[in-house]
Design a protein around this ligand. Structure first.
Ligand code: PLP
Length: 486
């Protein structure tokens, strides 16, 4: 009775209304997924359209039913979206959503748990530790990455955060532990290929190295992969100048073309000079759930840290980056700060993991839940089937491109990204991309390979089928015809 009074006298949504409105919202999402393919992939509206359709001031009284919000979602928000789950979405890299992931996230929101310490919610930490060990097992990662060995895994929000955290741990090592107390001096250096992701430069800047602290290493013109000889030369030059090589970030699956840096050679160089090796497999790491694609991870045993994004290609909604270290004490030593108000007996016992020491923020939400729902729903076989379908669809598209001698495939496509171009100048290729995207039936993005404008088609939406790939190809081929005969 007392409880009922509290619910009635406050403007909160009571459990009965939450149940009713929640069902309506789940129905709305299910309808959205069912009708998604009929929508244009991207919005054609000019900037400011969505903002102009929204009231200039917030409501005073409240009490609007969820149905009113859903109606505005339909009429104002949806027309202004890029539909990343659309079967014709082929841009950037995918950002998979899935039913089990959404439900796991919903449970996480409902529980409202904050897992900064083991003590603030033991199950939040322990489920995450086990899930990361499961993933390491699913991908056959080096044993050192397991929590049962010297390392362990943690869920970060993004691959960018993983790279930042790895950079901080690397600085800790390179400075012999002094960096933690004295801050950075400008002599530390980070190395990555010219195709290393922009988040590596951002991490270097945040860590105090500055953009100048990054050494961009040349790539092989055919494979677009980092040249180990050039890496060694850059390290030697820095050492000769009195600088301190701190971290090498190698990539499995670069953003431009999914090139794979040669980890065995890079790892041997890092081992020789005692440099931290971080491996960024943000998109392509998911492929390692398939035994036949694990060749892409050869040499990972050299890595001090490794990450990939289940939120890209492994059916887990944004945000979920899986990050492992081979030696957890180095990471924890680099990042731990212990104010009095967080002291507790469990932490002091040394028997528990406090994930606050493994990331930049203090607080953390219960992200392991969505991963748990996903892994239990799909199982290893279901996850493999998703990756295999993406690779097969990519291959199918590449075959179409190769069969038309007006076009060329411009890079190897070991995963589900295909880079291709018309055998024509950059402007014609840019016009082709703009024209196919303007139809609203597909969305592709571009990059430059060896300086030349190149189109990228990245398969990843769980809804994409052979028919969508064929439709995308037909659209491209017909549009190319029209471009040539105005
Ligand atoms: N690294 C690589 C190779 C990427 O392709 C991307 C994004 O596409 C990132 C890092 C950044 O990912 P996130 O958005 O998770 O920070």
């Amino acid at each position: 009775m007392a409880d009922q009074l509290v619910w009635m006298s406050t403007p909160h949504m009571d459990p009965a209304e939450f149940r009713r409105a929640g069902h309506a919202v789940v129905d709305w999402i299910a309808d959205y997924w069912t009708t998604l393919a009929q929508r244009p992939v991207t919005s054609a509206d000019p900037p400011g359209t969505v903002a102009a359709a929204l009231p200039a001031a917030p409501p005073t009284a409240g009490g609007e039913p969820v149905e009113a919000v859903l109606a505005d979602l339909e009429s104002i928000v949806l027309p202004g979206l890029t539909h990343w789950q659309h079967p014709g979405f082929f841009g950037y890299f995918p950002a998979n959503a899935s039913g089990p992931s959404v439900l796991g996230d919903l449970v996480s929101s409902g529980l409202g748990v904050q897992g900064m310490l083991w003590a603030t919610s033991p199950a939040c930490t322990e489920l995450e530790t086990v899930l990361m060990d499961w993933l390491a097992q699913l991908m056959d990662l080096p044993h050192r990455f397991r929590s049962t060995s010297t390392g362990g895994g943690v869920i970060q929000d993004s691959a960018s955060s993983a790279t930042l955290v790895a950079t901080l741990a690397a600085l800790h090592r390179a400075s012999g532990g002094r960096w933690r107390d004295t801050g950075i001096d400008r002599r530390y250096r980070a190395y990555t290929s010219v195709h290393g992701h922009s988040s590596i430069e951002k991490a270097a800047r945040i860590a105090g190295l500055g953009t100048d602290g990054i050494r961009p290493i040349d790539v092989d013109p055919d494979s677009q992969a980092l040249l180990p000889g050039a890496l060694r030369a850059a390290i030697e030059a820095d050492l000769a100048a009195g600088d301190v090589p701190a971290i090498v970030v190698a990539t499995i699956g670069t953003t431009s073309t999914t090139a794979i840096d040669p980890l065995p050679e890079i790892g041997a160089i890092c081992a020789e000079y005692g440099i931290w090796l971080h491996v960024d497999a943000a998109y392509a790491g998911a492929a390692a759930v398939c035994p036949e694609l694990r060749w892409s991870h050869a040499g990972l045993e050299y890595a001090d840290s490794y990450c990939f994004d289940p939120h890209k290609w492994l059916l887990t909604g944004f945000d979920c980056d899986a990050f492992w270290v081979a030696d957890r004490t180095e990471l924890i030593d680099a990042l731990t700060v212990l104010p009095e108000f967080l002291r507790n007996a469990a932490s002091e016992s040394g028997a528990v993991i406090d994930y606050r020491d493994w990331q930049v923020p203090l607080g953390r939400r219960f992200r392991a839940l969505k991963l748990w729902f996903v892994v239990r729903w799909y199982g290893a076989e279901g996850l493999r089937a998703h990756i295999r379908s993406g690779v097969a669809l990519g291959d199918r598209f590449a075959e179409r491109v190769r069969a038309d001698d007006r076009f060329e495939v411009t890079a190897a496509h070991p995963f589900s990204l295909v880079c291709f171009r018309l055998r024509a100048d950059d402007d014609t290729n840019a016009a082709l991309l703009a024209a196919v995207n303007a139809t609203g039936r597909v969305h592709l993005t571009h990059t430059r390979v060896a300086g030349r404008y190149t189109l990228r088609l990245a398969v990843g939406s769980p809804q994409t089928t052979e028919a969508h790939i064929d439709e995308a190809w037909t659209l491209l081929a017909e549009t190319a015809d029209n471009l040539r005969s105005p």
